[in-house]
Design a protein around this ligand. Sequence first.
Ligand code: CMC
Length: 429
Amino acid sequence: MTEKTAKLTYGDMELELPVHTPTVGPDVIDITKLYSQGKVFTYDPGFTSTAACESTITYIDGGKGELLHRGYPIDQLAAKSHYLEVCYLLLYGELPSADQLEDFESRVTNHTMIHEQMMFLFRGFRRDAHPMAIMNGVVGAMSAFYHDSTDISDPWQREVASIRMIAKMPTIAAMAYKFTIGQPFVYPRNDLDYASNFLRMCFSVPCEDYQVDPILSRAMDRIFTLHADHEQNASTSTVRLASSSGANPFACIAAGIACLWGPAHGGANQACLEMLKEIGTPDRIPEFIARAKDKSDPFRLMGFGHRVYKNFDPRATVMKQSADEVLDLLGVENNPTLQVAKELEAAALADPYFAEKKLFPNVDFYSGIILEAMGFPTSMFTPIFAVSRTVGWISQWKEMIADPAMKIGRPRQLYTGESQRDYVDIENR
Ligand code: CMC
């Protein structure tokens, strides 16, 4: 925090507002006392210019296309690290030593099973339920099963809740999938790594052996890593807002899952692959580009554009390389969806509309192609995003609870409704 200030002149008032200087990124004008001193609010729908918290976890420079977790660039983490190590980094602030990593992995591994009674929850859903609907319900219900880790004032309980959610989320997502396709649940296997265990829980059946392909496992792990955290995005802000009331961690993460589901956020990966399939062949690309540019048509290019990235999304760059590698390694030649995606990307990037608005492919543009090649149906794309993002939500939640400045989130409004008027009896209306 520095001595800098900003002056706001409003009417005959002049207010001096403190300015905070972050480690990197633009300065932040502190308006916390604006209402008590100036009796005015600020108006910023969608929080486009508002920092809602102080954080040390993730930094994004949208102009440079940079994403750092605790200072480490995402491309380095995607290439050299792996998901559970990144989880440790996000949760505890530093890369682990070999002993710390072993201990962390063993703690996560020991919590992969879910309470047996929770199986009955799945059976209460319709078979055609979206797996996100099931995850939302089941994760919220965890607070009814793990009473010993719901007291947020106890750091030990917070730690146990964190490990439980990171460990159980793949199990819950895989069970949601198995339920919707009518196959038996597959229990986790603790001798497998995080990604391999998830793939096995999704694709193995009791009647035959299932060997996890290390290529797929590595690709899965990279997808988890690329989605692990993303600063104060909509679902993370939802988790923070929900937890600001003191709600238990399972309820807060369920709130994050609900927010993630929307097509403007985590639901974009499903919507993007569906769009690429609908386009079908490269000759239809101009028609879809025209629709995306037409203001009277609500259609948008899914997997394109980002609130913060205005140059490129570094996750999309890694994801595109990964799509090529995975399809190549799986021996998938001339994948028509990948072909459409690449030509659509090239056509959009060459179009002045997208250039002027700084719209580039985001993480969701290529992830669906990889997930489909791995055998996942589109309905599992967003649940996989939820599994990956759980550590981000939890890291931000833990940071917030431990912050002495934490208070209940309570935005104000620009009220444009009726001013006070008298009630009119029904016969006189
Ligand atoms: N296709 C066509 N036009 C677009 C698109 C798009 N994908 N995205 C933004 N625009 C236009 C938009 O119409 C607007 O034009 P104008 O200024 O003329 O009104 C301008 O670009 C700015 O858009 P915005 O909606 O004000 O920007 P935003 O920051 O509020 O929205 C976004 C960001 C990601 C919601 C939006 O780009 C979008 O809807 N993209 C498609 C959905 C998507 O891929 N979401 C995944 C985001 S990355 C993963 C995640 O965070 O979950």
